[in-house]
Design a protein around this ligand. Structure first.
Ligand SMILES: [Zn+2]
Length: 412
């Protein structure tokens, strides 16, 4: 252990503390008053339930993040990485396969540790609040499928980084970046056809009032799309949502069946007008470029640490294998990713206001948009009074009351 171990662990603890403080402030900020805008949507009992839901999920997330923080610290200071590495090296594989085994065991062990927590979250908390529709069979097949998909995608990215840093060295960060970009675009492209159907059933929206309304709006806005799909979200949860998938020609709109059940045609069209707004205003593209810039920066910074012995010493390693350096770097990067996620959330909230305004101005039914927002937050038991600090740290959407206020101010 050296001064860098101490420094890196302090980073990790600092990030944990900031997030926990935000959570605690958030709970303190709860208010028993139902806001005027929501009086017709909430009865007192359901409103109290929404507050209990927030308290329960927050407490649970603090318990689990404390547990994982403790495990990480114990693993690092007890020389766990060095032990894992010695074991993996003894298998006598080549450098890439050794690296893959090293990270594979590390990530799989963390995934296994997470399982009891997700079981509790889904089958105790979500069930208690009436959200859960998942049975154990769906839960475990989901888990298995997501492990397989993640293992394949992450292995490709990991091998690319490792291979360039071992074999090419000079400008490895740039080559690795190019491969990652191409691969990620490819995944985004094929995901709606290959990955998403592994988890849900997507059926074309049946002919009728809703389909007509959406198509009419899309045509008026000159918005091209490949399909309008309904997803069986009700298989897992009563919570509802709508989203876009795919890029270019494969662009599809997906509506949860649970969303369709609870909203009127005008409300649903407003929700989709908002989603199309994100495209029309270039938000999706901006977000993508921003995340690619982040990846590039990360790889570039990583190339400075890769051959520093102190960096490996900090994790109590006897040798300096690059594959281990990739994992160590993720610890070092935690404070940076906290900052980038603050920036990302800020722009995301700004884009939400813009997409709301776009929907209100083009579909010209702001009341429907507001009703949809109200119903969504009641159905998902969203927190109506999140603390400012929590919003600042991680809210990708502005608090619903502020969105409603902003929509009301829009001049059509
Ligand atoms: Zn949005």
């Amino acid at each position: 252990m050296n001064v860098y171990t101490f420094l890196i662990l302090s980073f990790v603890v600092a990030v944990y503390s900031i997030e926990t403080i935000a959570d605690l402030l958030n709970i303190k900020n709860l208010s028993n008053n139902i806001p005027l805008e929501f009086e017709e949507y909430y009865d007192r009992e359901k409103y109290i339930k929404s507050q209990k839901y927030l308290k329960t999920t927050t407490k649970f997330s603090i318990v689990s993040s404390t547990f994982f923080l403790a495990i990480q610290i114990i693993f690092i200071i007890s020389g766990g990485f060095n032990y894992l590495n010695t074991t993996v090296v003894s298998f006598g594989f080549g450098p890439i396969l050794t690296g893959l085994t090293f990270v594979g065991i590390f990530f799989f062990a963390s995934e296994i540790l997470k399982v009891p927590f997700s079981i509790y979250s889904v089958f105790v908390i979500e069930k208690k609040f009436g959200f859960n529709r998942t049975n154990t069979k769906t839960f475990f097949t989901d888990l298995l499928k997501s492990w397989i998909v993640t293992a394949i995608i992450d292995s490709v990215i990991f091998i690319a980084i490792l291979w360039f840093f071992i074999s090419v060295r000079q400008y490895a960060w740039l080559y690795a970046f190019l491969v990652i970009v191409i691969f990620e675009l490819f995944i985004t492209f094929i995901s709606p056809v290959i990955i998403m159907p592994l988890f849900n059933k997507y059926t074309p929206l049946e002919n009728g009032e809703l389909k007509n309304s959406i198509e009419k709006y899309a045509k008026k806005e000159n918005f091209k799309m490949k399909g309008l799909l309904k997803m069986d979200g009700s298989k897992r949860s009563t919570k509802s949502n709508a989203f876009f998938t795919g890029i270019g020609k494969f662009r599809r709109i997906v509506l949860f069946d649970t969303l369709i059940q609870k909203h009127s045609v005008d409300e649903l069209t407003s929700i989709l007008a908002h989603e199309m707004g994100h495209f029309k205003l270039g938000h999706i593209l901006k977000h993508m470029i921003f995340s690619f810039v982040l990846t590039l920066t990360m790889l570039f910074v990583f190339s400075f640490f890769i051959d520093k012995i102190w960096f490996y010493d900090a994790f109590l390693m006897d040798t300096q294998p690059i594959y281990a350096g990739i994992i160590f770097f993720s610890f070092l990067y935690e404070p940076v990713s906290l900052i980038t996620s603050i920036v990302l959330s800020y722009f995301s909230r700004k884009h939400e206001y813009e997409a709301d305004a776009y929907a209100a101005k083009t579909y010209k039914k702001p009341e429907a948009m507001i009703n949809a927002l109200k119903k969504l937050s009641v159905d998902n038991l969203s927190n109506l009074y999140p603390h400012k600090f929590k919003v600042f740290l991680e809210y990708s959407h502005p608090p619903v009351l502020e969105r409603i206020k902003a929509i009301n101010k829009i001049e059509l």
